[in-house]
Design a protein around this ligand. Structure first.
Ligand code: ATP
Ligand code: MG
Length: 571
């Protein structure tokens, strides 16, 4: 491809609307342009990257027994009403109405659509298992679209759905997908990690996310330094510390005037935050709920939501003061049951003794508070956010934290959708049974941003070779070098190398800057001095390595170099 005839609108200035490196670079390198918040056009370079990712994903899905289809983006409300998600999806769903005033949505995901399709087509166990996928735009009216195509409102997803007879079948499908995902992200040249995940709105029990590791990633990953335990911190748990063995001291009420925060109270009373019980208030349609966590812990609202399994909201302290006579900043678990409040507690509360908590009286705390003797709990559960320094739930070694971008998510759904949508097949024993399902997503367009997030420097993008828009770029520094450059361009193109040849009438400085920004893996520079000596300069954008090659060996050297740069190859 000749640069002069290709459309790469690079920008010199740093776009002010972008926070993340990948977002800035996608705008600056002429990959995307914004149409509206979270809605983007992909320009020629980006489209080449998307195609490469798509190709890898298709190959691996087909290899894992997937069959590609294309389902409608516009979906009738009825199937969503039947599954109950017309309400559950809330404002994240783009809804529309046709001229007959019938309701539709733009598909945020396709469980309802595929399950309805299969329900009407597949009758017998003999037709199973089925693994069906598509690659298509998805629509989610994200509350905070940001980071460019990373969290967009229109984005490209690969979604595969598996239909099996039984649990063993589902396990096989899940395993096949897990392994296919590992191959996909390896083949894309990305550093990634599979982690245990919460199932969120999609539902189901077992789920893993595939994270491209990057310090700016939105997701926090908690992992063990000794064994292979790794989980999204929305899901991560930790081993419990040993229970305290102190003898119980008598309950005391102490004056703590104007000490209404954890740091203030602990400093005032000379105790560490792990000795304090924090009491947080929530509210469902039926009741007030108090949640107890240790003073040095954070509540994990995802875990709380899963436990409650119904809508809830934070209860404003001012409202509690009025309705339950609970003073802001001085609340605690003692006496709450008498006020009709339901009490939930993190498991660590069980291991505490002689704790400190608010006295439910302004300017007072209680000291030497003990479970059972002084307060009761309705339900104990793991409700805290696991963090670095905790102990691994599998092996007991220390946990650490890192960050990543979620690029894939796989779920065992079981019968969650087949039951409500009455999608059944006739099994060998003649019985009608619901399909056992799984679903498996990959954010194709998010991978583009994640790859850049993981591979960039102050000058621009450093594409991993397998998803780079071009493999080689040729820079002719002056008019006199055009002939040689043209020859090399022809030679390389003839052997199937994807070349972006910068034939523009621009200053060398401009060409170098654009080459670094666009980030093509190999750059061949043809300048007057070297060319006179029968040589060309070559730079590997990823490693920065510079080489001098004889003009006559360029083609063979390029092929050898590209071969070595493939993922999985070392040295
Ligand atoms: P997130 O937690 O980031 O919102 P999710 O759990 O909602 O993701 P899934 O429903 O599992 O995502 O979707 C499958 C994949 O689609 C995700 O792993 C991600 O790569 C991609 N994806 C999801 N939402 C977006 C979005 N708003 N923009 C771009 N890609 C997205
Ligand atoms: Mg989401």
């Amino acid at each position: 491809m000749r640069y002069s005839q290709y459309y790469i609108p690079t920008l010199r200035e740093i776009p002010s609307e972008a926070e993340l490196a990948s977002h800035k670079l996608m705008l600056r390198a002429g990959l995307i342009r914004k149409a509206a918040a979270g809605i983007y056009s992909f320009l020629p370079l980006a489209q080449r990257v998307l195609k490469k990712i798509t190709r890898i994903v298709e190959e691996e899905m087909d290899r894992a027994g997937g069959m590609q289809v294309l389902l409608p983006i516009v979906q009738p409300a009825e199937i969503w009403k039947q599954s109950g998600r017309w309400e559950v999806y809330g404002d994240e769903m783009f809804r529309l109405r046709d001229r007959h005033r019938r309701d539709f949505c733009l598909g945020p995901t396709h469980e309802e659509m595929i399950t309805t399709l299969i329900k009407n087509e597949v009758r017998s166990y003999r037709e199973l298992p089925l693994r069906i996928y598509q690659i298509q735009n998805k629509y989610r009216d994200e509350i905070r679209p940001r980071f460019g195509v990373m969290r967009a409102r229109e984005f490209i997803m690969k979604d595969l759905y598996s239909f099996d007879r039984d649990e063993e079948g589902l396990n096989r499908s899940y395993q096949a997908m897990y392994e296919a995902y590992e191959r996909i992200f390896t083949r894309c040249g990305l550093i990634f990690r599979a982690v245990e995940a919460d199932s969120g709105a999609i539902g189901g029990d077992v789920s893993h996310e595939f994270m491209v590791l990057a310090p700016s990633g939105e997701a926090v990953i908690v992992y063990c330094e000794a064994c292979d335990y790794a989980a999204n911190n929305e899901k991560a748990s930790a081993a419990l510390p040993p229970a305290a063995t102190e003898g119980l001291l008598p309950l005391e009420k102490v004056a703590t005037p104007n000490q209404a925060t954890v740091p203030a109270v602990t400093a005032f009373l000379g105790v560490t935050p792990d000795r304090l019980i924090k009491t947080l208030f929530y509210q469902t349609a039926e009741e007030y709920i108090a949640v107890l966590v240790r003073g040095d812990d954070e509540l994990n609202e995802i875990k709380l939501g899963n436990l409650l399994n119904k809508p809830y909201r934070f209860a404003p302290p001012e409202e509690l003061a009025v309705k339950l006579d609970l003073p802001v900043g001085y609340v605690g678990p003692v006496g709450l049951k008498e006020k009709g409040v339901k009490v939930l507690a993190d498991l660590r509360i069980k291991t505490m003794s002689n704790a400190v908590c608010g006295a439910n009286v302004k300017d007072y705390h209680l000291r030497h508070v003990n479970l059972e003797r002084d307060f009761a709990v309705d339900t104990f559960a793991d409700l805290r956010l696991a963090k670095a320094g905790d102990l691994c739930p599998h092996c007991g070694h220390t946990l650490a934290e890192t960050r990543g971008v979620e690029v894939g998510h796989i779920f065992k759904l079981g019968t969650k959708y087949s039951k409500v949508l009455e999608a059944t097949f006739r099994d060998e024993d003649g019985e009608e049974k619901p399909f056992i399902m799984g679903c498996y997503g990959i954010g194709i367009s998010r991978i583009v941003a994640a790859a850049i997030e993981q591979n960039n420097d102050q000058d621009g993008i450093k594409w991993p070779l397998p998803i780079a828009p071009f493999q080689v770029t040729i820079l002719a520094l002056g008019q006199e070098q055009q002939a040689a450059a043209e020859e090399i361009y022809q030679e390389l193109t003839a052997v199937g190398v994807e070349v972006l040849y910068d034939d523009r009438d621009e200053r060398p400085g401009v060409k170098f800057k654009d080459a670094d920004l666009i980030g093509i893996p190999l750059r061949i520079t043809i300048g007057p001095k070297r060319l006179a000596q029968g040589e060309v300069e070559v730079k590997n954008r990823m490693t920065g390595e510079e080489m001098l090659w004889p003009r006559t060996e360029v083609t063979s050297q390029v092929l050898a170099c590209l071969e070595k740069m493939h993922p999985g190859k070392t040295d």
